[in-house]
Design a protein around this ligand. Sequence first.
Ligand SMILES: *[C@@H]1O[C@H](CO)[C@@H](O)[C@H](O)[C@H]1NC(C)=O
Ligand SMILES: *[C@@H]1O[C@H](CO)[C@@H](O)[C@H](O)[C@H]1NC(C)=O
Ligand SMILES: *[C@@H]1O[C@H](CO)[C@@H](O)[C@H](O)[C@H]1NC(C)=O
Ligand SMILES: *[C@@H]1O[C@H](CO)[C@@H](O)[C@H](O)[C@H]1NC(C)=O
Ligand SMILES: *[C@@H]1O[C@H](CO)[C@@H](O)[C@H](O)[C@H]1NC(C)=O
Ligand SMILES: *[C@@H]1O[C@H](CO)[C@@H](O)[C@H](O)[C@H]1NC(C)=O
Ligand SMILES: *[C@@H]1O[C@H](CO)[C@@H](O)[C@H](O)[C@H]1NC(C)=O
Ligand SMILES: *[C@@H]1O[C@H](CO)[C@@H](O)[C@H](O)[C@H]1NC(C)=O
Length: 515
Amino acid sequence: MRLLSVISSLLSINSSIHDVLASGPRVNLTIGVFEGLEANGGIERFLGIPFAQPPVGSLRFKAPVPINQTFTGVQNATMFGNACVQPPSSSLGAPTGEDCLFLNVWRPENVSTDSALPVLVWVYGGAFNTGAASDPEYNATILVQRSMEIGKPIIFVSANYRVNTFGFLASADMAVEDLNNGLQDQSAALRFVQENIVTFGGDSSKVTIWGQSAGAGSVEAQIVYNASAGLFRGAIMDSMTGPFKSSPPPSTYDAPGKPFALILNATGCSAGPTAFACLQDAPTEVWQPTVAPGSFSPARASETIASGEFLHIPMIAGTNLNEGNSFSASLLGLNLTGYTQDLAFDNFVRASVIDQTLITSDVLDQFHKFYPANDPSEGAPFNTGDSLFDRAAAWYGDFMFLSARRRFLDVAASLQPTFVYHFREFIPGNNVTLGVSHASELPLIFGPVPAVAAVEDDFAITWRDFYINFVNDLNPGSAWPQFTNETRQVLQLKRDNITTIPDGACAQSIWSSQA
Ligand SMILES: *[C@@H]1O[C@H](CO)[C@@H](O)[C@H](O)[C@H]1NC(C)=O
Ligand SMILES: *[C@@H]1O[C@H](CO)[C@@H](O)[C@H](O)[C@H]1NC(C)=O
Ligand SMILES: *[C@@H]1O[C@H](CO)[C@@H](O)[C@H](O)[C@H]1NC(C)=O
Ligand SMILES: *[C@@H]1O[C@H](CO)[C@@H](O)[C@H](O)[C@H]1NC(C)=O
Ligand SMILES: *[C@@H]1O[C@H](CO)[C@@H](O)[C@H](O)[C@H]1NC(C)=O
Ligand SMILES: *[C@@H]1O[C@H](CO)[C@@H](O)[C@H](O)[C@H]1NC(C)=O
Ligand SMILES: *[C@@H]1O[C@H](CO)[C@@H](O)[C@H](O)[C@H]1NC(C)=O
Ligand SMILES: *[C@@H]1O[C@H](CO)[C@@H](O)[C@H](O)[C@H]1NC(C)=O
């Protein structure tokens, strides 16, 4: 062990010896020299590059701090860094740990510092509570390979950001500049990309940010709140949640039963000015971004959107046919003995939002009108025959995704080029009850398309090309007309039937006639 470390420090001092042994590509970054993985399939990868100081110790719960040192010797960038703290899972592709602010780069081989390739930065979803850039599903090899094949090469970057308690701790007792530090981590990663991407062969003036679900909500937050102004020029939002769906102020989290109160209880810390310093071993809780004057997000997203005072950049945004299904699956076949279906529906609605003050009985009455119990013999899109599931799925999809997209684009579409899709392709092998579910497009875009769904191969390539075109030209291509509030045409993404359809046809299945 000791001998090995002596040898490796000798190697990093004596670069000529190291050069002989080295096989991976190297980049000279602002923070030091990093060696990545040698090309595989024409793609070089640099994994686990730190873009901010480890947010540990006194930096826990604080806004990210730039790295203020240069690493000496050649740094090993061949393995993903930790995923941020959350329940461990093999789908994260890495262990979890608080020291998690790392990014990863996929680039074509044979690029040089003057290649000036456009850059796509990926922001993962996971309800602001889970997710990691190292998730094997977010392997950009196929996407970058495709960009090379069509002569529009791109560089792909994925970056971690803190989630749950560690990224979104909120309380009236917290300093406003530290609120939403998960979103601030994304800004820090984008700043790092600005300073370093040229070294990888990228063009810092051609950065597009792309996210899905809470990742798309994050992208929208970066646009609405302008905290990353000048760091990107285009945006892609798959199934955006709307960054702050109920925009609770930090004090919401302090109420009995809410996350901050739960954490104080679990840790034995007392409420008040000392609480923040006391939280040394905070367990994870479910959080959403928060809104407070002076913070990353000084006003409700709906107010900022209505004012039109957000970044005016080209955007792609879209939703899937059955966004809500996977989220309401817990209601399938629910035993309703002892209570009504309406009550079960109301409970589901309440459990879906943090800020209960918005769920008044008037609001619930409206929901009952728009999402009535249906004739079980009709079923919902996939004939589940389960009325409670169907209406909850329709409500959740509209509330969380479709309305967020429409609300933003109602204003944005007249201020900036906007391209909208509606994904309506059921992928063979998926669960029929869940339909064209949330996130079901990602295996197509990232690939590889599962063998059972090989029929989708060409369609998947078409979708990749739309995004690659956009990253290059800020336009997905001539097949996809711009969305305007006058025509309200969106692109239906369906195998063998990619065509424009009216936005009004987007509401889920049977509910569209009533919406
Ligand atoms: C990296 O770049 C810096 C600044 O340009 C330079 O001083 C340094 O010598 C370079 N290091 C290597 C190993 O190329
Ligand atoms: C990179 O350059 C090497 C050596 O010239 C060549 O063999 C390889 O095909 C090139 N790769 C690509 C993707 O062009
Ligand atoms: C870098 O920042 C850390 C924490 O903010 C601080 O403790 C350290 O002294 C700084 N180092 C330098 C070289 O400025
Ligand atoms: C980087 O780390 C990996 C895993 O520990 C190791 O296999 C590899 O040899 C290291 N590469 C270099 C260049 O040190
Ligand atoms: C990504 O996929 C490629 C091709 O399947 C594979 O070679 C590579 O190891 C995977 N992981 C990363 C981090 O690129
Ligand atoms: C703290 O949690 C314990 C155990 O769950 C519970 O009995 C107690 O009432 C809680 N206290 C507060 C103030 O919420
Ligand atoms: C965004 O911030 C930049 C830099 O501070 C500023 O120049 C620009 O006017 C801002 N845009 C909006 C829409 O607030
Ligand atoms: C539903 O719940 C009731 C009351 O708890 C119980 O009596 C009944 O057996 C349950 N029905 C089924 C199908 O589980």
